[in-house]
Each structure stands twice: as C-alpha cells, then as structure tokens.
Design a protein around this ligand. Structure first.
Ligand code: XIL
Length: 371
C-alpha cells in the first residue's frame, strides 16, 4: 500500500517536473519569439540611415517631383543625404549664358534643410548635360580657351556661392578620365579638354574652393574598378594633390551589376584612392540585373537574379562597413525599382533596395543585418 502511495507520489512529482520543464522550455522559446518579433518590429521602424548611423550617411538621388507623396515618406524614413539627379548639372541649372534656373535645385535643398539632411552637389563640370552655349560664340563658332575658362569660372562661382553652407560636398569634376585601355591616353576627349587642355581640371577645383572653402570637393567617375582606369585616376589625383589643388575626395559612382565588378576590385579601388588621404564616397549606387546598359533582352527579376543581387549588396555593404574610416557616404541613384534611370521601354533593371510598391526587397534586409 505504502509502496503504491510512494510510487504514485513519485509519478505525480515526475509528471509535474516534466510539465514544468515543458512550460519553462515553452516559456523561454516564446520569450525568444517575442524578442525576435520585437526586433523585427523595431527593425521595420528603422530606416537605412538609422542602421548606418555609426558608419556613414546614406543618400539618394532625387528629382523635385519625387519629394511628394509616398516617395517623400520613404526618403524621409531611409535617407539622410540628398543628391539632385539632374537639377544641379550645368545644362539644367545654367541653360543660357545670362540665365540660371534655380527652382528645381532650390526645392531639393529646401527639402533637405527642412528634414535635416545633408546635400551633395552634383556636378559642376561635365562633358554631358552642359549647354551648347558654353562652348560657342554668338556666331556658333567654338570659343577660345580663355572664354571657355572664364565661363566655367563664372558658372562654378555662381552655383557654389548660392548654396554655400547648405551643400557640404561637391562633385566638382565628373568623368574626365577616358575608358580607353591604352595607358598612354589619360583624358576623355571632351570639349572641355579639347578647348582648354588639362588646366581646366585644377582650375575647377580652385574656383569651387574659393567660392566655398568649407565644401568637400570630389572627383567623381564610373568604372573606377577597372585596373587601367583606376591607375589613371590615381595618377591624376596624386598629381593634383602634389600641386596643392584642393581635391578632398573621390566618388566611385557604383553603377554596378549582379555579376560585376568583383568585390576584390572595389576593395582595391577604395584602398588605393584612400592611400592618397582622400575621402571615398559611393555616389551613384545601383546594382542592375543586366550586365550591360545596352542589353535589350528582357530577362525579368528571376529568383536566381534576386539571389545574386542579394549576395552582391551584402558583400558590398560588408566591405563599406569594414572601410568606414575612409568611406564618408553612400548614395543610391534613384529611390526604388518603380523608376531607375537604367530602365528602358523594353526592360526594367530592378537595381535598388525598394520594389515598385516601395517595399524593402530581400536585398534590403541583407544590407541592414550585420552578420
Ligand atoms: C543620369 C540621370 O540619372 C538621368 O536622368 C539623365 O538622363 C542622365 O544622367 N553618371 C552620372 C549621373 O554622373 O549624372 C548620371 O545621371 C548617371 C551616370
């Protein structure tokens, strides 16, 4: 009898021990669920700029008409730096010799001021999107070197002065180095180069510096990961620095795609340019699903391409975080896959972190989870 009572007591004890163990296990795993849920919730309240607070500002290139509605909301949540996609380029902002068009650029700068964002100026001197008038006299003949330089000086002075103290960094010179793989050819054969010779380069930086001594001045280019072009850019920047020209940073545009360039080449460029004591910014980041901008076959955003894009973005941002002592900004070129400058009528490129409904893509989560 006693034995039976003892056995049943032991049985009850055993059952209750197992039960409480199960409860503890359940409770603790539920706690984990709760914690995970809470962190997913708080992660979705955060924006890119919050995840990257201790690293570098995260920017986006915008048009004035994107500063409204759901896109404006997305911009405010995720970004703390703006670049004008077109509005500050020489052609749009200075369409005729005696006429500036400030309205669009002002809208972008005002938006940034209201929401406490930084502004990168893009760009003071470029071979594209520059009024034909810059290089012609009233008869349509090509101007002299003196006239071209005087016009460039006036343009830089007016634009930089207007936004002094509001634009913290300028792409002074865009894409002046050639893609030609012949190491002997350094400069792009632009009108600036053909009319003025190499001198317009150092002058542009000096004039920008005179107009706003506080602005951080960049040389900006694409294909900066190509070893031959990298070497040319490096040598040009080294020479400018040695001559005392006020150049402070180099912008790697970052128009990349899911297969190129290899991460090692990006790393090499960051290391090489920063060895000159220059700041590095990724100024125009997008990662297309197409290897070439001229690709016309519509391939679609398949799961394989989505995965490759996630891998590319994760690897790139792991590296950017690792190089945070040298990288002072990362800017995306356009807001979401709703619209990218790379899209053509017959195909979309899906290069950004937000989809057409402005929802974070899987690649977004690869960029904000630091493991
Ligand atoms: C692009 C804009 O996104 C387009 O809207 C415009 O039609 C052409 O220029 N490198 C640059 C940027 O430095 O200014 C370019 O922007 C993209 C390539």
């Amino acid at each position: 009898m006693k034995n039976r009572q003892f056995l049943s007591v032991r049985l009850i004890t055993l059952i209750s021990l197992v039960a409480s163990g199960v409860i503890i296990v359940l409770a603790s795993s539920c706690g984990a669920c709760g914690r995970e849920k809470a962190s997913i919730e708080s992660d979705s309240l955060k924006g890119l700029k919050d995840f990257y607070m201790g690293y570098f500002p995260v920017g986006v290139a915008v048009a004035p008409n994107s500063l409204d509605g759901d896109q404006a909301e997305l911009i405010r949540k995720h970004f703390n730096s703006l670049t004008a996609e077109n509005a500050m380029k020489p052609g749009p902002i200075h369409p005729e010799e005696n006429r500036y068009f400030w309205e669009h650029a002002d809208l972008i700068v005002d938006f940034a001021q209201v929401y406490g964002m930084k502004v990168r100026g893009h760009t003071l001197c470029w071979h594209n999107q520059t009024g034909a008038w810059m290089f012609q006299d009233s008869q349509g003949n090509q101007v002299t070197r003196e006239t071209a330089l005087a016009r460039l000086q006036d343009h830089i002075k007016q634009v930089v002065t207007r936004y002094k103290g509001k634009i913290y960094a300028w792409d002074v010179l865009n894409e002046a180095v050639t893609d030609d793989q012949d190491p002997a050819k350094i400069f792009r054969e632009s009108l600036w180069y053909n009319i003025c010779g190499e001198e317009y380069i150092s002058k542009a930086f000096q004039w920008a510096h005179e107009a706003d001594p506080g602005a951080v001045l960049f040389y900006n280019d694409y294909n900066t990961e190509n070893p031959v072009k990298r070497e040319k850019i490096y040598n040009l920047l080294k020479k400018l620095i040695e001559e005392g020209v006020p150049v402070h940073g180099v912008g790697l545009q970052g128009h990349w795609n899911i297969s190129n360039p290899p991460a090692q080449e990006i790393r090499e460029s960051i290391d090489k340019f920063s060895s000159l004591g220059l700041e590095i910014q990724i100024t125009e980041l997008d990662v297309s699903i197409y290897a070439s901008r001229n690709d016309t076959i519509n391939m679609g955003f398949t799961p394989e391409r989505e995965q490759k894009q996630m891998d590319f973005y994760r690897t790139a941002f792991d590296m950017f975080r690792e190089k945070k002592d040298f990288i002072t900004g990362v800017t995306f070129w356009n807001i979401s896959d709703r619209h990218s400058w790379l899209d053509r009528r017959e195909r979309k490129c899906y290069p950004l972190l937000f989809d057409e409904d402005l929802k974070p893509k899987k690649a977004y989560w690869e960029v904000v989870r630091f493991w």
